[in-house]
Design a binder for this molecule. Sequence first.
Ligand code: FRU
Length: 569
Amino acid sequence: MPPSLENPPFARQLAPPSENPPRRFPSRFAAFLALTAVCWALGAALGAAQDRQDERDKRDKQDKQGDKPTGDWKPRIHFYAGPLWNNDPNGPILLNGVYHLFYQSNPYGDQWGHMSWGQATSRDLIHWRKLPVAIPESGGVAIFSGSVVEDRKNTSGFCGDSPKGCLVAVYTGDSQPNGQERQNQNLAYSRDGGLTWTKYDNNPVLDLSLQNFRDPKVFWHEPSQSWIMAAVLSDQHLVRIFRSPDLKHWKAASTFGPAGATGGVWECPDLMYLDVRDAHGNRLGSHWVLSVNLNPGGVAGGSGNQYFLGQFDGTRFVEDRPGSPTQWADWGKDFYASTSFANIPAQENRLWIAWMGNWQYAGAVPTLPGRGEMTLARRIDLRPVDARNPAGPLVLVQEPVLPQSANFHPSAAVTVDAANSKFGGQEPGDGVYALRATFEPGAAAETGVRLRRSSLKPGEPAAEETVVGIDRAKGQVFVDRARSGLVSFSPDFPTRTAAPLKHPDAKTVTLEIVVDRNSIEVFAEDGETVLTNLIYPSDTSRGIAFYATGTPTGSESARIRNLSLVPIP
Ligand code: FRU
Protein backbone atom coordinates (compact mmCIF):
# COMPACT_ATOMS: atom_id res chain seq x y z
CA MET A 1 0.00 0.00 0.00
CA PRO A 2 1.42 3.46 -0.82
CA PRO A 3 1.75 5.86 2.08
CA SER A 4 -1.54 7.57 2.81
CA LEU A 5 -3.37 9.00 5.78
CA GLU A 6 -4.66 5.48 6.48
CA ASN A 7 -1.19 3.99 6.03
CA PRO A 8 1.45 6.42 7.27
CA PRO A 9 5.15 5.75 6.56
CA PHE A 10 7.34 4.46 9.38
CA ALA A 11 9.72 7.34 8.84
CA ARG A 12 7.39 9.37 11.01
CA GLN A 13 7.83 7.15 14.05
CA LEU A 14 9.99 8.82 16.66
CA ALA A 15 13.40 7.67 17.82
CA PRO A 16 13.29 6.11 21.29
CA PRO A 17 13.66 8.62 24.09
CA SER A 18 16.89 7.17 25.56
CA GLU A 19 18.91 10.37 25.25
CA ASN A 20 15.89 12.49 25.72
CA PRO A 21 15.10 12.78 29.42
CA PRO A 22 11.65 14.03 30.38
CA ARG A 23 11.55 17.79 30.04
CA ARG A 24 10.86 19.81 33.09
CA PHE A 25 8.05 22.28 32.89
CA PRO A 26 9.88 25.58 32.41
CA SER A 27 10.41 28.19 35.08
CA ARG A 28 7.67 30.85 35.19
CA PHE A 29 5.23 28.75 33.24
CA ALA A 30 5.71 26.03 35.82
CA ALA A 31 5.15 28.47 38.63
CA PHE A 32 1.63 29.18 37.41
CA LEU A 33 0.64 25.65 36.61
CA ALA A 34 2.22 24.20 39.72
CA LEU A 35 -0.10 26.32 41.79
CA THR A 36 -3.08 24.47 40.42
CA ALA A 37 -1.70 21.08 39.48
CA VAL A 38 0.59 20.09 42.30
CA CYS A 39 0.52 16.35 41.73
CA TRP A 40 1.06 16.69 38.04
CA ALA A 41 3.85 19.26 38.32
CA LEU A 42 5.65 17.15 40.91
CA GLY A 43 5.37 14.03 38.78
CA ALA A 44 6.79 15.81 35.74
CA ALA A 45 9.60 17.46 37.67
CA LEU A 46 10.86 14.42 39.49
CA GLY A 47 11.22 12.26 36.41
CA ALA A 48 10.23 8.75 35.52
CA ALA A 49 11.34 6.97 38.72
CA GLN A 50 9.47 9.43 40.84
CA ASP A 51 6.44 9.08 38.57
CA ARG A 52 6.33 5.36 39.29
CA GLN A 53 6.65 5.97 43.03
CA ASP A 54 3.84 8.56 42.87
CA GLU A 55 1.65 6.11 41.02
CA ARG A 56 2.26 3.45 43.71
CA ASP A 57 1.58 5.96 46.50
CA LYS A 58 -1.60 7.08 44.84
CA ARG A 59 -2.83 3.53 44.46
CA ASP A 60 -1.96 2.74 48.08
CA LYS A 61 -3.90 5.79 49.19
CA GLN A 62 -6.89 4.81 47.11
CA ASP A 63 -6.73 1.25 48.45
CA LYS A 64 -6.70 2.50 52.03
CA GLN A 65 -9.79 4.53 51.30
CA GLY A 66 -11.42 1.49 49.76
CA ASP A 67 -11.77 3.61 46.64
CA LYS A 68 -10.10 1.50 43.96
CA PRO A 69 -10.26 2.51 40.35
CA THR A 70 -12.43 -0.19 38.82
CA GLY A 71 -14.16 1.36 35.84
CA ASP A 72 -13.60 0.98 32.13
CA TRP A 73 -13.34 4.65 31.39
CA LYS A 74 -12.02 4.52 27.84
CA PRO A 75 -14.04 7.13 25.97
CA ARG A 76 -16.07 5.69 23.07
CA ILE A 77 -17.05 8.89 21.25
CA HIS A 78 -14.30 11.28 22.36
CA PHE A 79 -10.75 11.40 21.05
CA TYR A 80 -7.97 10.31 23.41
CA ALA A 81 -4.38 9.41 22.63
CA GLY A 82 -4.29 5.74 23.71
CA PRO A 83 -1.81 4.98 26.51
CA LEU A 84 -0.11 8.39 26.28
CA TRP A 85 -0.60 11.90 27.57
CA ASN A 86 -2.45 14.59 25.65
CA ASN A 87 -3.59 18.11 26.41
CA ASP A 88 -4.67 20.94 24.06
CA PRO A 89 -6.16 20.32 20.63
CA ASN A 90 -4.05 22.11 18.01
CA GLY A 91 -4.82 23.25 14.48
CA PRO A 92 -8.04 21.33 13.72
CA ILE A 93 -8.77 21.70 10.02
CA LEU A 94 -11.03 20.22 7.35
CA LEU A 95 -9.18 19.12 4.21
CA ASN A 96 -10.64 17.11 1.33
CA GLY A 97 -13.55 15.86 3.46
CA VAL A 98 -11.28 14.72 6.32
CA TYR A 99 -11.03 16.45 9.68
CA HIS A 100 -7.46 16.64 10.94
CA LEU A 101 -6.87 17.09 14.64
CA PHE A 102 -3.42 17.81 16.05
CA TYR A 103 -2.83 17.88 19.77
CA GLN A 104 -0.30 18.42 22.54
CA SER A 105 1.19 14.99 22.97
CA ASN A 106 3.86 13.30 25.03
CA PRO A 107 4.87 10.45 22.71
CA TYR A 108 6.71 8.69 25.57
CA GLY A 109 4.40 8.59 28.55
CA ASP A 110 1.21 9.47 30.35
CA GLN A 111 2.42 12.64 32.05
CA TRP A 112 3.07 16.05 30.48
CA GLY A 113 6.49 16.31 28.81
CA HIS A 114 8.33 16.10 25.45
CA MET A 115 5.59 18.23 23.95
CA SER A 116 5.08 17.29 20.31
CA TRP A 117 2.10 17.47 17.97
CA GLY A 118 0.19 14.22 17.75
CA GLN A 119 -2.28 13.79 14.90
CA ALA A 120 -5.60 12.08 14.29
CA THR A 121 -8.13 12.14 11.47
CA SER A 122 -11.86 11.60 11.27
CA ARG A 123 -14.67 11.80 8.74
CA ASP A 124 -17.47 12.24 11.28
CA LEU A 125 -15.76 13.97 14.24
CA ILE A 126 -16.76 11.01 16.44
CA HIS A 127 -14.50 8.17 15.34
CA TRP A 128 -10.85 9.21 15.21
CA ARG A 129 -7.89 7.43 13.71
CA LYS A 130 -4.66 8.16 15.48
CA LEU A 131 -1.62 8.79 13.26
CA PRO A 132 2.05 8.92 14.24
CA VAL A 133 3.49 12.12 15.70
CA ALA A 134 3.26 14.93 13.13
CA ILE A 135 5.71 17.46 14.57
CA PRO A 136 8.12 16.05 17.16
CA GLU A 137 10.09 17.86 19.82
CA SER A 138 13.70 18.15 18.63
CA GLY A 139 16.93 20.00 19.33
CA GLY A 140 15.71 21.09 22.76
CA VAL A 141 12.65 22.79 21.29
CA ALA A 142 9.28 21.52 22.50
CA ILE A 143 6.29 22.00 20.19
CA PHE A 144 3.66 23.92 22.12
CA SER A 145 0.15 24.83 20.97
CA GLY A 146 -0.72 26.57 17.72
CA SER A 147 -2.85 26.29 14.60
CA VAL A 148 -2.89 25.04 11.02
CA VAL A 149 -3.96 26.79 7.83
CA GLU A 150 -4.26 25.71 4.22
CA ASP A 151 -2.08 28.00 2.11
CA ARG A 152 -4.13 27.80 -1.09
CA LYS A 153 -2.45 30.78 -2.75
CA ASN A 154 1.05 29.59 -1.86
CA THR A 155 1.75 32.88 -0.08
CA SER A 156 4.45 31.13 1.95
CA GLY A 157 6.27 29.67 -1.04
CA PHE A 158 6.15 26.23 0.70
CA CYS A 159 3.27 25.03 -1.38
CA GLY A 160 4.44 24.79 -5.01
CA ASP A 161 3.35 21.37 -6.20
CA SER A 162 0.76 20.10 -3.72
CA PRO A 163 -2.19 18.42 -5.46
CA LYS A 164 -3.38 16.91 -2.12
CA GLY A 165 -3.40 20.30 -0.39
CA CYS A 166 -0.68 22.16 1.42
CA LEU A 167 -0.95 22.83 5.16
CA VAL A 168 1.15 25.19 7.24
CA ALA A 169 1.36 24.75 11.03
CA VAL A 170 2.15 27.78 13.17
CA TYR A 171 3.28 26.63 16.60
CA THR A 172 5.09 27.89 19.66
CA GLY A 173 8.64 26.63 20.08
CA ASP A 174 9.47 26.36 23.76
CA SER A 175 13.15 26.11 24.67
CA GLN A 176 15.57 27.09 27.39
CA PRO A 177 18.65 28.63 25.87
CA ASN A 178 21.08 29.48 28.71
CA GLY A 179 18.65 28.02 31.24
CA GLN A 180 16.18 30.83 30.57
CA GLU A 181 12.81 29.91 29.07
CA ARG A 182 12.03 31.31 25.63
CA GLN A 183 8.84 31.02 23.58
CA ASN A 184 8.56 32.06 19.95
CA GLN A 185 6.49 31.26 16.88
CA ASN A 186 7.57 28.73 14.25
CA LEU A 187 6.37 27.08 11.05
CA ALA A 188 6.16 23.55 9.69
CA TYR A 189 4.50 22.56 6.43
CA SER A 190 2.98 19.56 4.74
CA ARG A 191 2.72 19.32 0.95
CA ASP A 192 0.89 16.01 0.98
CA GLY A 193 -2.35 16.96 2.66
CA GLY A 194 -1.11 16.57 6.24
CA LEU A 195 0.68 13.23 5.91
CA THR A 196 4.29 14.34 6.42
CA TRP A 197 5.64 17.52 7.96
CA THR A 198 8.83 19.55 7.54
CA LYS A 199 9.98 22.22 9.96
CA TYR A 200 10.90 25.50 8.28
CA ASP A 201 14.69 26.03 8.12
CA ASN A 202 14.50 29.66 9.18
CA ASN A 203 12.49 29.17 12.37
CA PRO A 204 11.52 31.04 14.46
CA VAL A 205 9.50 33.46 12.35
CA LEU A 206 8.39 35.63 15.26
CA ASP A 207 10.45 36.13 18.39
CA LEU A 208 9.92 38.86 20.99
CA SER A 209 12.60 37.41 23.34
CA LEU A 210 9.89 36.59 25.87
CA GLN A 211 9.32 33.72 28.29
CA ASN A 212 5.55 33.76 27.91
CA PHE A 213 4.52 34.35 24.31
CA ARG A 214 2.55 31.46 22.92
CA ASP A 215 -0.39 29.66 21.28
CA PRO A 216 -0.66 31.41 17.87
CA LYS A 217 -4.06 31.12 16.19
CA VAL A 218 -3.79 32.10 12.52
CA PHE A 219 -6.47 32.66 9.88
CA TRP A 220 -6.78 34.31 6.45
CA HIS A 221 -8.58 37.66 6.60
CA GLU A 222 -10.14 38.14 3.17
CA PRO A 223 -10.95 41.90 3.39
CA SER A 224 -7.35 42.85 4.14
CA GLN A 225 -5.81 39.96 2.15
CA SER A 226 -3.59 39.11 5.13
CA TRP A 227 -2.85 36.35 7.54
CA ILE A 228 -3.84 37.35 11.07
CA MET A 229 -2.28 35.84 14.18
CA ALA A 230 -3.65 36.13 17.70
CA ALA A 231 -1.15 34.99 20.36
CA VAL A 232 -0.94 35.57 24.10
CA LEU A 233 1.54 37.33 26.31
CA SER A 234 0.12 34.99 28.87
CA ASP A 235 1.45 36.40 32.14
CA GLN A 236 0.45 39.94 31.10
CA HIS A 237 -3.15 38.96 30.21
CA LEU A 238 -2.72 40.31 26.71
CA VAL A 239 -3.68 39.02 23.29
CA ARG A 240 -1.35 40.46 20.68
CA ILE A 241 -2.50 40.59 17.06
CA PHE A 242 -0.01 40.35 14.17
CA ARG A 243 -0.40 40.54 10.39
CA SER A 244 1.53 38.85 7.62
CA PRO A 245 1.38 38.56 3.82
CA ASP A 246 3.20 35.20 3.72
CA LEU A 247 3.16 33.51 7.19
CA LYS A 248 6.91 34.16 7.43
CA HIS A 249 7.09 37.90 8.09
CA TRP A 250 4.91 39.25 10.88
CA LYS A 251 4.16 42.82 11.97
CA ALA A 252 2.54 43.72 15.30
CA ALA A 253 -0.90 45.25 14.67
CA SER A 254 -2.54 45.77 18.07
CA THR A 255 -2.97 44.48 21.61
CA PHE A 256 -6.13 43.47 23.49
CA GLY A 257 -6.33 43.27 27.31
CA PRO A 258 -6.08 43.00 30.20
CA ALA A 259 -9.85 42.51 30.35
CA GLY A 260 -12.41 40.17 31.84
CA ALA A 261 -11.05 37.41 34.07
CA THR A 262 -7.32 37.68 34.86
CA GLY A 263 -7.01 35.29 37.80
CA GLY A 264 -4.45 33.16 35.95
CA VAL A 265 -2.39 33.09 32.77
CA TRP A 266 -4.11 33.70 29.44
CA GLU A 267 -3.63 30.87 26.96
CA CYS A 268 -4.89 29.63 23.58
CA PRO A 269 -6.74 32.64 22.14
CA ASP A 270 -9.08 32.33 19.15
CA LEU A 271 -10.45 35.19 17.07
CA MET A 272 -13.55 34.01 15.21
CA TYR A 273 -16.18 35.51 12.94
CA LEU A 274 -19.34 33.63 13.88
CA ASP A 275 -22.87 33.53 12.51
CA VAL A 276 -25.56 35.22 14.55
CA ARG A 277 -28.74 33.13 14.42
CA ASP A 278 -32.11 33.23 16.10
CA ALA A 279 -33.39 30.26 18.12
CA HIS A 280 -34.90 28.73 14.94
CA GLY A 281 -31.57 28.81 13.14
CA ASN A 282 -32.32 31.76 10.86
CA ARG A 283 -29.18 33.72 10.10
CA LEU A 284 -29.31 37.32 11.33
CA GLY A 285 -25.72 38.36 10.57
CA SER A 286 -22.14 37.77 11.77
CA HIS A 287 -20.10 38.99 14.70
CA TRP A 288 -16.52 38.76 16.01
CA VAL A 289 -15.67 36.79 19.14
CA LEU A 290 -12.33 36.59 20.89
CA SER A 291 -12.09 33.52 23.08
CA VAL A 292 -9.33 33.41 25.72
CA ASN A 293 -8.55 30.45 27.93
CA LEU A 294 -7.46 31.13 31.48
CA ASN A 295 -5.63 29.04 34.06
CA PRO A 296 -6.25 29.19 36.96
CA GLY A 297 -9.16 31.57 37.55
CA GLY A 298 -11.78 29.69 35.52
CA VAL A 299 -15.36 30.03 36.72
CA ALA A 300 -15.45 26.50 38.19
CA GLY A 301 -11.92 26.68 39.60
CA GLY A 302 -8.69 26.02 37.72
CA SER A 303 -8.83 26.07 33.92
CA GLY A 304 -11.67 27.84 32.09
CA ASN A 305 -12.68 29.69 28.93
CA GLN A 306 -14.01 33.24 28.65
CA TYR A 307 -15.01 35.07 25.49
CA PHE A 308 -15.34 38.69 24.41
CA LEU A 309 -17.74 40.03 21.77
CA GLY A 310 -16.51 42.84 19.60
CA GLN A 311 -15.46 44.26 16.25
CA PHE A 312 -12.34 43.39 14.27
CA ASP A 313 -11.20 45.53 11.33
CA GLY A 314 -8.16 43.53 10.27
CA THR A 315 -5.94 45.33 12.77
CA ARG A 316 -7.66 45.83 16.09
CA PHE A 317 -10.21 43.92 18.18
CA VAL A 318 -12.48 46.31 20.10
CA GLU A 319 -14.85 44.93 22.72
CA ASP A 320 -18.55 45.86 22.28
CA ARG A 321 -19.21 46.48 25.96
CA PRO A 322 -15.94 46.87 27.87
CA GLY A 323 -16.30 46.03 31.53
CA SER A 324 -19.42 43.89 31.03
CA PRO A 325 -19.64 40.70 33.16
CA THR A 326 -17.31 37.90 32.09
CA GLN A 327 -18.91 35.55 29.57
CA TRP A 328 -17.95 31.91 30.17
CA ALA A 329 -18.19 29.43 27.33
CA ASP A 330 -18.50 26.49 29.71
CA TRP A 331 -19.33 26.35 33.41
CA GLY A 332 -18.00 22.86 34.10
CA LYS A 333 -14.50 22.01 35.25
CA ASP A 334 -13.23 20.24 32.15
CA PHE A 335 -13.30 22.51 29.13
CA TYR A 336 -9.99 24.15 28.24
CA ALA A 337 -7.74 25.26 25.39
CA SER A 338 -10.66 25.43 22.95
CA THR A 339 -9.83 26.05 19.32
CA SER A 340 -11.97 26.37 16.19
CA PHE A 341 -11.62 24.31 13.01
CA ALA A 342 -10.10 25.98 9.96
CA ASN A 343 -11.46 25.60 6.41
CA ILE A 344 -15.11 25.12 7.36
CA PRO A 345 -17.10 26.27 4.29
CA ALA A 346 -18.75 29.68 4.81
CA GLN A 347 -22.28 28.26 4.49
CA GLU A 348 -21.66 25.71 7.26
CA ASN A 349 -21.57 26.18 11.03
CA ARG A 350 -18.20 26.88 12.58
CA LEU A 351 -16.91 24.13 14.87
CA TRP A 352 -14.62 24.05 17.85
CA ILE A 353 -13.17 21.46 20.18
CA ALA A 354 -11.41 21.65 23.55
CA TRP A 355 -9.30 19.59 25.90
CA MET A 356 -11.63 17.88 28.40
CA GLY A 357 -9.42 18.42 31.42
CA ASN A 358 -8.26 20.84 34.06
CA TRP A 359 -4.68 21.60 35.08
CA GLN A 360 -5.77 21.32 38.74
CA TYR A 361 -5.71 17.51 38.50
CA ALA A 362 -4.86 16.56 34.90
CA GLY A 363 -1.77 14.61 35.97
CA ALA A 364 -3.56 12.82 38.81
CA VAL A 365 -6.64 11.46 37.00
CA PRO A 366 -6.81 7.67 36.67
CA THR A 367 -5.35 6.43 33.41
CA LEU A 368 -7.73 5.39 30.64
CA PRO A 369 -4.91 4.09 29.94
CA GLY A 370 -3.24 7.41 29.10
CA ARG A 371 -4.34 10.77 30.40
CA GLY A 372 -6.20 13.49 28.57
CA GLU A 373 -9.00 13.54 26.02
CA MET A 374 -10.98 15.99 23.91
CA THR A 375 -14.54 17.23 24.24
CA LEU A 376 -16.96 16.44 21.46
CA ALA A 377 -16.62 18.80 18.52
CA ARG A 378 -19.34 21.43 18.84
CA ARG A 379 -21.11 23.62 16.30
CA ILE A 380 -20.88 27.19 17.47
CA ASP A 381 -22.71 30.40 16.68
CA LEU A 382 -24.15 33.41 18.48
CA ARG A 383 -27.74 34.15 19.50
CA PRO A 384 -29.38 37.31 20.84
CA VAL A 385 -30.07 36.68 24.55
CA ASP A 386 -33.42 38.43 24.16
CA ALA A 387 -35.20 37.28 21.00
CA ARG A 388 -37.15 40.57 20.93
CA ASN A 389 -33.94 42.57 20.79
CA PRO A 390 -31.71 41.10 18.05
CA ALA A 391 -29.31 44.06 18.30
CA GLY A 392 -28.83 43.46 22.05
CA PRO A 393 -26.30 41.25 23.87
CA LEU A 394 -25.30 37.98 22.21
CA VAL A 395 -24.53 34.63 23.76
CA LEU A 396 -22.31 31.85 22.43
CA VAL A 397 -24.37 28.77 21.50
CA GLN A 398 -22.84 25.29 21.33
CA GLU A 399 -24.36 22.14 19.88
CA PRO A 400 -22.56 18.80 20.13
CA VAL A 401 -21.75 16.93 16.94
CA LEU A 402 -23.36 13.49 17.38
CA PRO A 403 -23.62 10.49 15.06
CA GLN A 404 -26.34 10.74 12.43
CA SER A 405 -28.13 7.85 14.14
CA ALA A 406 -28.85 9.94 17.27
CA ASN A 407 -32.42 10.92 16.39
CA PHE A 408 -34.59 12.64 18.95
CA HIS A 409 -38.38 12.61 18.78
CA PRO A 410 -40.93 15.00 20.23
CA SER A 411 -43.29 13.48 22.79
CA ALA A 412 -46.02 14.56 25.20
CA ALA A 413 -45.27 15.75 28.72
CA VAL A 414 -45.07 12.99 31.35
CA THR A 415 -44.54 13.00 35.11
CA VAL A 416 -41.20 12.12 36.64
CA ASP A 417 -42.63 8.75 37.76
CA ALA A 418 -43.87 7.99 34.27
CA ALA A 419 -40.44 8.86 32.83
CA ASN A 420 -38.82 6.50 35.30
CA SER A 421 -41.16 3.63 34.48
CA LYS A 422 -40.59 4.18 30.78
CA PHE A 423 -36.83 3.69 31.11
CA GLY A 424 -36.93 1.17 33.95
CA GLY A 425 -34.18 2.91 35.88
CA GLN A 426 -31.55 1.65 33.44
CA GLU A 427 -29.30 3.68 31.16
CA PRO A 428 -29.33 2.65 27.50
CA GLY A 429 -26.37 1.39 25.50
CA ASP A 430 -23.02 0.63 26.98
CA GLY A 431 -23.04 3.72 29.21
CA VAL A 432 -22.74 5.91 26.10
CA TYR A 433 -25.84 7.82 25.09
CA ALA A 434 -27.49 11.19 24.53
CA LEU A 435 -30.49 12.35 26.52
CA ARG A 436 -32.65 15.22 25.37
CA ALA A 437 -35.60 16.56 27.32
CA THR A 438 -37.60 19.69 28.07
CA PHE A 439 -38.14 19.97 31.81
CA GLU A 440 -41.21 21.76 33.15
CA PRO A 441 -40.28 22.20 36.83
CA GLY A 442 -43.80 23.33 37.83
CA ALA A 443 -43.66 24.10 41.56
CA ALA A 444 -40.70 21.78 42.24
CA ALA A 445 -37.69 23.39 43.93
CA GLU A 446 -35.35 21.15 42.00
CA THR A 447 -35.76 18.75 39.11
CA GLY A 448 -33.45 16.85 36.83
CA VAL A 449 -31.85 13.49 36.28
CA ARG A 450 -29.41 11.31 38.24
CA LEU A 451 -27.00 9.39 36.05
CA ARG A 452 -24.51 6.52 36.35
CA ARG A 453 -26.30 5.42 39.54
CA SER A 454 -25.22 2.43 41.58
CA SER A 455 -28.92 1.55 42.00
CA LEU A 456 -31.28 0.63 39.18
CA LYS A 457 -34.30 1.53 41.33
CA PRO A 458 -35.16 5.19 40.71
CA GLY A 459 -36.88 5.55 44.10
CA GLU A 460 -33.92 4.16 46.02
CA PRO A 461 -30.95 6.23 47.22
CA ALA A 462 -27.67 5.43 45.44
CA ALA A 463 -24.20 5.65 46.94
CA GLU A 464 -22.81 6.55 43.52
CA GLU A 465 -24.45 8.93 41.04
CA THR A 466 -23.90 12.16 39.13
CA VAL A 467 -26.75 14.66 39.36
CA VAL A 468 -27.75 17.04 36.58
CA GLY A 469 -30.38 19.37 37.92
CA ILE A 470 -32.27 22.63 37.64
CA ASP A 471 -32.42 24.63 40.86
CA ARG A 472 -35.37 27.02 40.55
CA ALA A 473 -34.61 29.12 43.64
CA LYS A 474 -31.04 29.76 42.60
CA GLY A 475 -31.95 30.00 38.90
CA GLN A 476 -29.18 27.53 38.07
CA VAL A 477 -28.47 24.39 36.13
CA PHE A 478 -25.85 22.25 37.87
CA VAL A 479 -23.81 19.07 37.65
CA ASP A 480 -22.89 17.48 40.96
CA ARG A 481 -20.14 14.86 40.69
CA ALA A 482 -19.26 14.76 44.40
CA ARG A 483 -20.41 11.09 44.52
CA SER A 484 -19.77 10.24 40.86
CA GLY A 485 -17.37 7.33 41.51
CA LEU A 486 -13.63 7.61 41.94
CA VAL A 487 -13.02 11.15 43.14
CA SER A 488 -10.28 10.85 45.77
CA PHE A 489 -7.31 11.53 43.49
CA SER A 490 -7.71 15.30 43.94
CA PRO A 491 -9.58 17.53 46.41
CA ASP A 492 -10.55 19.69 43.41
CA PHE A 493 -12.43 16.87 41.71
CA PRO A 494 -15.54 16.06 43.81
CA THR A 495 -17.42 19.23 42.98
CA ARG A 496 -20.81 20.67 42.12
CA THR A 497 -20.49 23.02 39.14
CA ALA A 498 -23.36 25.39 38.45
CA ALA A 499 -24.32 27.92 35.79
CA PRO A 500 -26.86 30.73 36.04
CA LEU A 501 -29.80 30.14 33.70
CA LYS A 502 -29.96 32.77 30.95
CA HIS A 503 -33.76 32.61 31.14
CA PRO A 504 -34.49 31.89 34.83
CA ASP A 505 -38.14 32.85 34.48
CA ALA A 506 -38.88 30.54 31.56
CA LYS A 507 -41.45 27.82 32.33
CA THR A 508 -39.29 25.15 30.69
CA VAL A 509 -35.59 24.33 30.45
CA THR A 510 -34.22 22.10 27.69
CA LEU A 511 -31.30 19.85 28.49
CA GLU A 512 -29.20 17.84 26.07
CA ILE A 513 -26.81 15.57 27.93
CA VAL A 514 -24.13 13.49 26.27
CA VAL A 515 -22.76 10.70 28.43
CA ASP A 516 -19.59 8.82 27.53
CA ARG A 517 -17.75 6.30 29.71
CA ASN A 518 -16.06 9.01 31.75
CA SER A 519 -17.69 12.33 30.92
CA ILE A 520 -20.92 14.26 30.98
CA GLU A 521 -21.47 17.23 28.66
CA VAL A 522 -24.61 19.22 29.43
CA PHE A 523 -26.06 21.65 26.88
CA ALA A 524 -28.85 23.57 28.59
CA GLU A 525 -31.19 26.23 27.19
CA ASP A 526 -30.65 25.04 23.61
CA GLY A 527 -26.86 25.29 23.90
CA GLU A 528 -26.66 28.71 25.57
CA THR A 529 -25.45 27.27 28.90
CA VAL A 530 -22.92 24.45 28.85
CA LEU A 531 -21.20 22.37 31.55
CA THR A 532 -18.51 19.80 30.79
CA ASN A 533 -17.27 17.44 33.49
CA LEU A 534 -15.24 14.24 33.69
CA ILE A 535 -16.43 11.35 35.89
CA TYR A 536 -14.92 7.99 36.91
CA PRO A 537 -17.93 5.84 37.88
CA SER A 538 -17.88 2.12 38.70
CA ASP A 539 -18.56 -0.04 35.69
CA THR A 540 -21.66 -1.43 37.34
CA SER A 541 -23.27 1.96 37.99
CA ARG A 542 -25.77 2.06 35.14
CA GLY A 543 -28.88 3.43 36.81
CA ILE A 544 -30.79 6.51 35.72
CA ALA A 545 -33.49 8.31 37.69
CA PHE A 546 -35.51 11.40 36.86
CA TYR A 547 -36.42 13.34 39.96
CA ALA A 548 -38.19 16.38 41.38
CA THR A 549 -37.91 17.57 44.97
CA GLY A 550 -39.54 20.22 47.14
CA THR A 551 -42.96 20.31 45.49
CA PRO A 552 -45.51 21.71 47.99
CA THR A 553 -48.44 19.29 48.46
CA GLY A 554 -51.25 19.89 46.05
CA SER A 555 -49.23 22.15 43.75
CA GLU A 556 -48.21 21.57 40.19
CA SER A 557 -45.68 18.73 39.82
CA ALA A 558 -42.70 18.64 37.50
CA ARG A 559 -43.17 17.19 34.03
CA ILE A 560 -40.85 16.22 31.21
CA ARG A 561 -41.59 16.73 27.52
CA ASN A 562 -39.83 15.52 24.37
CA LEU A 563 -37.89 12.97 26.36
CA SER A 564 -35.49 10.89 24.27
CA LEU A 565 -32.69 8.63 25.42
CA VAL A 566 -30.63 7.55 22.45
CA PRO A 567 -27.81 4.99 22.79
CA ILE A 568 -24.74 5.86 20.77
CA PRO A 569 -23.09 2.82 19.27
C1 FRU B 1 -2.48 25.18 27.58
C2 FRU B 1 -0.97 25.18 27.43
C3 FRU B 1 -0.53 26.14 26.34
C4 FRU B 1 0.80 25.57 25.93
C5 FRU B 1 0.57 24.09 26.08
C6 FRU B 1 1.76 23.31 26.53
O1 FRU B 1 -2.99 24.07 28.20
O2 FRU B 1 -0.39 25.48 28.67
O3 FRU B 1 -0.45 27.48 26.72
O4 FRU B 1 1.13 25.94 24.62
O5 FRU B 1 -0.48 23.92 27.01
O6 FRU B 1 1.51 21.94 26.49
